[in-house]
Design a protein around this ligand. Structure first.
Ligand code: FRU
Length: 543
């Protein structure tokens, strides 16, 4: 057996070779109708190392990504162009552009220059639509003489007509908020800190204005999945300047190590931002993704559809990211997700807001018509299961599935666990598989990625434990039957699970020995008649 693994995700951004971590500088070019993503990049090896660059990829459909080369390089070999963001300086507030640069392409990158003795904030700007960058001549633009001062995310705040930067003072557990009229001169306005999970350090902060939409609009399996935004109707949220959308502010803070699942994770706070201070509505911490591989989330500066808040995270974990068994390249990004806020009411007295994630996948090139299993009203019993084997001819390595299941507790034996499992089988399906299960005792859905003869998987305890999410019912009928829903995307070595239309998400890597060749799937239960698949769809996508 070998650990050499070459299968590479198809609809997820990966580097052509070398090491990748955080997404950086996400923006949309309205002139070319093209999305740009940069990333922390070491092209010279498959582990994190200096010198560290910004790699660059583009996509027109947020599904196919094309690598474009290195966009930003550090000044010295013992230093790094660390994480940061990009803005479009349409009105040339920085004075860095002349009239020949289209206002839609006036890209300025704001990033951390890391040297052995300091982290300070640098500007670079592009006059060729984001492919190459020119360093600003008076860098740094922000320097507090610290070695723990990084990851600036800049947004435009329309009400105060200022640029706003959130930047991590990492081991002080504070996010500093600065304002600027011109991207060059920065004024400290406030700090937000010592809140939520602290971990060992705060990294990659970001503020975003997120629309409130009514709950219940679902994920779809067709076309670009943008939500139809019917806006939330509640008095404690103000309308935006355009009078249309209700919204609230979300502050993202990545922490590493010290996440509840171990290693690194992205937490968020929902609240208000007045141009100088962020005030959370509650002090409760939430995690945007309950899986183990979702870090350093960043939102796009802008997007094709105004009001959409598109985001990408690094789909790995600092606990084992440099050890995963891929050979020429390491790590992928998550799918692009559109973020909204929705109401969540565990009971009528405690209505809360929840950040909802919806994957953006252009299903036109993925065309799910071949090799589909689609079944409705399937009662699971101990000898009635669903299964499929994928013929090599049609087996692309990318799949999606949607399962709506209902639970009838009367059929349960309460002296033991009652569960159903979906096995995703490798070619060697007796010993290597992924188990996705719903267990009624815990009320949780789990993903077990520990079954593999791959040395990395079996020997790495941080990798092979179960990842669970607790689920509220998607709906409850008058006879007491609870219904739940999951939409999943499997792309070579990554599985993203969106529960109940994206109110809970879990993203996890997995590795089988043999290049992640999936043979098929099968379902199983230990209960006769306690579970019904209201609908079950599994597609081999035609990439
Ligand atoms: C987060 C991080 C950032 C830093 C970058 C360096 O994953 O540690 O704080 O800017 O990675 O690559």
């Amino acid at each position: 057996r070998t650990n050499l693994y070459e299968g590479r995700p198809l609809a997820h951004l990966t580097p052509p070779e070398g090491w990748m971590n955080d997404p950086n500088g996400l923006w949309y070019d309205a002139k070319e109708d093209l999305y740009h993503a940069y990333f922390q990049y070491n092209p010279n090896g498959t582990v994190w190392d200096l010198p560290l660059y910004w790699g660059h990829s583009v996509s027109s459909d947020l599904t196919n990504w094309l690598y474009q080369g290195i966009a930003i390089e550090p000044e010295r070999d013992d230093s790094g162009a660390y994480s940061g963001s990009a803005v479009i300086d349409t009105n040339n507030t920085s004075g860095l552009f002349n009239d020949s640069v289209d206002p839609r392409q006036r890209v300025v990158a704001i990033w951390t220059y890391n040297t052995p003795d300091k982290e300070s904030q640098y500007l670079s700007y592009s006059v060729d639509g984001g492919y190459s960058f020119i360093p600003y001549e008076n860098n740094p633009v922000l320097d507090i003489n610290s070695t723990q001062f990084r990851d600036p995310k800049v947004i435009w705040h329309e009400e105060s007509k200022k640029w706003i930067m959130t930047v991590a003072h990492s081991q002080k557990y504070e996010i500093l908020i600065y304002s600027s009229p011109n991207l060059k001169d920065w004024k400290l306005e406030s700090s937000f800190g010592d809140q939520g999970y602290l971990g060992y350090q705060y990294e990659c902060p970001g503020l975003a204005r997120v629309p409130l939409v009514q709950s219940g609009n679902g994920l779809t399996l067709s076309n670009l999945t943008y939500p139809n935004t019917t806006f939330y109707n509640s008095s404690y949220f103000n309308s935006t300047s355009n009078g249309k959308a209700k919204e609230a502010w979300v502050l993202f803070i990545s922490i590493n190590p010290g996440a509840p699942q171990g290693g690194s994770a992205t937490q968020y706070f929902i609240g208000d931002f007045n141009g100088t201070h962020f005030v959370p509505f509650t002090h409760q911490t939430r995690f945007i993704d309950m899986g183990k591989d979702y870090y350093a989330l960043q939102t796009f500066f802008n997007s094709k559809h105004e009001g959409d808040v598109l985001s990408i995270a690094w789909a790995s974990n600092w606990q084992y990211g440099s050890l995963v068994p891929t050979e020429k390249w390491r790590s992928s990004m998550s799918l692009v997700r559109n973020l909204t806020l929705k109401e969540w009411a565990p009971n009528p007295e405690s209505v809360q807001l929840n950040l909802n994630s919806e994957p953006i996948l252009d299903m036109k090139p993925l065309n799910a018509k071949n090799a589909s299993t689609e079944v409705t009203d399937f009662l699971l019993t101990t000898n009635n299961s669903l299964s499929a084997n994928f013929a090599p001819r049609i087996n692309t390595g990318i799949y999606d599935f949607e399962i709506v299941w209902s639970v009838n507790e009367n059929a349960f034996n309460n002296s033991r666990l009652n569960e159903w499992i979906l096995y995703i089988d490798s070619q060697d399906y007796y010993s290597e598989y992924l188990a996705l299960g719903y267990d009624t005792t815990a009320g949780a859905f789990y993903l077990d990625r520990g079954n593999s003869y791959n040395d990395f998987v079996t020997l790495n305890p941080f990798f092979n434990n179960r990842q669970s999410v607790f689920l509220e019912p998607y709906s409850t009928s008058s006879n007491g039957t609870n219904t739940y829903k999951v939409y999943g995307v499997i792309d070579q070595n990554i599985i993203e699970l969106y529960f109940n239309d994206g109110s809970v998400v879990s993203t996890n890597l997995f590795f089988f020995s043999d290049q992640n060749q999936i043979r098929g799937f099968e379902t199983w239960t230990n209960v006769n008649g306690g579970f019904k698949f209201d609908s079950f769809k599994f597609h081999v996508l035609d990439f």
